[in-house]
Design a protein around this ligand. Structure first.
Ligand code: GCO
Length: 470
C-alpha cells in the first residue's frame, strides 16, 4: 500500500475514533455518573437539621381500599389483547390496607416511627363521584384525617392527583384534552377550600412523566395506550394542569401562605457502557424526554418533547416559570440503557455488574440520589423528598438501603442543598399498581386477611435516624 493511502486510512480511523470517544467524554463530563466506594462510607456519620420534616408517604388508591369509581379499578378487572390480566397474577386492589377506615390506627404507626409529616393523596373519584357533584362526606373524611394528624403533631402534605381519575373524567378523555384541565382545577378549588385551614403543603400532580410513560407509551397502566404523539400531548396538558392549579390556589383566600409544588420522579437514565456512544445517545434521549422536558418547562416555560421519528411537540406557557414553591423529588434508582435498534430491548433495565438489586427491576443506587438532588436544585426552589424507598420482600436490604440513601441526603444537605424534608415510601405494604401486592415497599407489613400491621426490622433504622436527629 502506498504511504498516501495509509495516511488516508489513518486519518479516517482517527476521525472515527475521535467521533466516537470525544462525545463519550463530553457526556461523561456533562452527566457524571457518581460512584462512591460504598465500603468506605460511614453511614452513621450523618446529620440533619432539627426542623427537618421526617415523613412517610402513601397514595389513596394504594391504601384506602375499594376506590371503585376510578379508572384503575376498571383496569384491574380488564385483560390485555392476549386475554391476560393487567395486574400481576390477576390481583386487584380490593380492600387494600383499609386505610379509609383504619387511618387512626395508621397515624399511631406514624407516631411509633416518630415521623413529623404524612404525605397522602385525596381520591378525586370519591370527592367528585360524578362530574360537578361533590360528596361532602368524602370531603369530611379528609378533614377528619387532617384533624387527627394535627392532633398527633403530624403535618399533613396533600397530593391532589396521584395517578387516579374518576371514571367520568377518564371517559371524557382525561388529560388527553386540554379543555379537561378545567375539571381538575375545579376539583383543586373545592379541596383547597375544604382543607386550607389544616394543610399548608400541597403537591399538585404526582410524577407526570410516569403517568404518561406508563399510560401512553408503555401501556402498562391505564389507559394502556402506546402512542408517543399522544404521550407528548398528555404530558403537556398535565403540566399545564399543575401550572393552573398553582395559580388557582394562589388566587384563593390564604393562597399566598401555602407551599405548592409538583412531584417529579427523577430516575437517572444512564448508559450501560460508558464508552459506548450508542448507549449514551440513547440514555440521553430518554433522559431528555422523561426528566428534561418537565424540568425545562418549569424552569423556562418552554415545552419541548422530542423523540426522533416518534413524536415532537413544542409549546410554551411563560407562566410555568415561577409556578413552584418547592419541588417534590421522588427518587429510587437508575436505568442503564443499551443501544439497540429494537426499542423494547433497549428499554429493558439492566443492572450494572455488582449492583444490589431491589425487588423492582432496578438496583439500589444511592449516588443517584445525590445527583437527583443536584439536578432539581437548579429549579431554584426548596426540595422535599416526597418519596424514596425499597421494595424488599425479604426485608434483608432495607436497613442498608435506608442507611445509604439517607447518607446521600445528609451529604447533599451538608453541601448546601436546600432540602426541607424526606418522606419514606411507604408507610405499609400496599397496592403497587400493575405489580399488585408483590412489591413490598412498606415499613410495616400488612396481613391481608387480618389487616394486622407489623413493623419490619429494616424500619428500625429509619426510626433510629429520626430519633437521633431530633
Ligand atoms: C410511583 C408512585 C408510587 C409508587 C412508588 C413505588 O412512582 O408509581 O408515586 O405510587 O408506589 O413510586 O414504585
Amino acid at each position: 500500500m502506498k504511504p498516501k493511502s495509509l495516511k488516508i486510512i489513518f486519518a479516517i480511523l482517527s476521525f472515527l475514533i475521535l467521533a466516537w470517544f470525544v462525545p463519550c467524554i463530553i457526556f461523561q463530563i456533562s452527566r457524571p455518573q457518581l460512584k462512591w466506594d460504598r465500603s468506605k462510607i460511614d453511614t452513621h456519620k450523618i446529620s440533619y437539621p432539627k426542623d427537618f420534616l421526617w415523613g412517610v408517604a402513601t397514595s389513596a388508591h394504594q391504601v384506602e381500599g375499594y376506590n371503585t369509581n376510578n379508572q384503575w379499578y376498571l383496569w384491574e378487572s380488564a385483560v390485555d389483547e392476549k386475554g391476560n390480566p393487567r395486574i400481576a397474577g390477576g390481583q386487584k386492589s380490593g380492600i387494600a390496607c383499609d386505610h379509609w377506615n383504619r387511618y387512626s390506627q395508621d397515624i399511631g404507626l406514624m407516631k411509633e416511627l416518630g415521623v413529623k409529616s404524612y404525605r397522602f393523596s385525596v381520591e378525586w373519584s370519591r370527592i367528585e363521584p360524578q362530574e360537578g357533584v361533590f360528596d361532602s362526606m368524602a370531603i369530611k373524611h379528609y378533614q377528619d384525617v387532617c384533624d387527627s394528624l394535627i392532633a398527633n403533631g403530624i403535618v399533613p402534605m396533600v397530593t391532589l392527583h396521584h395517578f387516579t381519575n374518576p371514571i367520568w373524567f377518564e371517559k371524557k378523555g382525561a388529560f388527553e384534552k386540554k379543555e379537561n384541565v378545567a375539571d381538575f382545577i375545579r376539583f383543586t378549588e373545592v379541596v383547597y377550600l375544604a382543607l386550607r385551614d389544616r394543610v399548608k403543603l400541597w403537591c399538585t400532580i404526582n410524577e407526570p412523566a410516569v403517568y404518561v410513560v406508563e399510560g401512553y407509551f408503555q401501556g402498562a397502566n391505564p389507559p394502556g395506550k402506546k402512542d408517543p404523539k399522544l404521550a407528548a400531548v398528555v404530558l403537556r396538558n398535565i403540566l399545564e394542569a399543575h401550572v393552573q392549579a398553582y395559580y388557582k390556589i394562589k388566587s384563593l383566600p390564604g393562597g399566598d401562605q401555602m407551599k405548592v409544588g409538583l412531584v417529579k420522579n427523577m430516575t437517572q437514565m444512564d448508559p450501560w457502557r460508558k464508552w459506548h456512544l450508542g448507549d449514551w445517545v440513547f440514555a440521553n434521549l430518554i433522559d431528555g424526554v422523561f426528566n428534561g422536558t418537565t424540568l425545562n418547562f418549569l424552569k423556562t416555560g418552554k415545552y419541548r418533547f422530542v423523540m426522533p421519528t416518534m413524536a415532537k411537540l413544542m409549546d410554551e406557557n411563560p407562566k410555568a416559570k415561577g409556578a413552584l414553591d418547592f419541588i417534590g423529588l421522588n427518587y429510587y434508582s437508575h436505568y442503564n440503557y443499551k443501544f439497540s435498534f429494537n426499542l423494547d430491548k433497549a428499554f429493558q433495565a439492566k443492572l450494572l455488574p455488582g449492583e444490589i438489586k431491589t425487588d423492582m427491576d432496578y438496583a439500589s443506587y444511592p449516588e443517584g440520589f445525590y445527583r437527583a438532588i443536584k439536578t432539581v436544585s437548579e429549579l431554584g426552589v426548596p426540595i422535599y423528598i416526597t418519596e424514596n424507598g425499597i421494595a424488599d420482600a425479604r426485608d434483608d436490604r432495607r436497613e442498608l438501603f435506608i442507611s445509604q440513601y439517607l447518607y446521600a441526603v445528609s451529604k447533599a444537605l451538608s453541601d448546601g442543598y436546600d432540602i426541607k424534608g424526606y418522606y419514606y415510601w411507604t408507610l405499609m405494604d400496599n397496592f403497587e399498581w400493575s405489580l399488585g401486592y408483590d412489591m413490598k415497599f412498606g415499613l410495616y407489613s400488612v396481613d391481608m386477611i387480618t389487616q394486622k400491621r407489623t413493623m419490619k426490622q429494616g424500619a428500625k433504622r429509619y426510626q433510629e435516624i429520626i430519633r437521633q436527629s431530633n
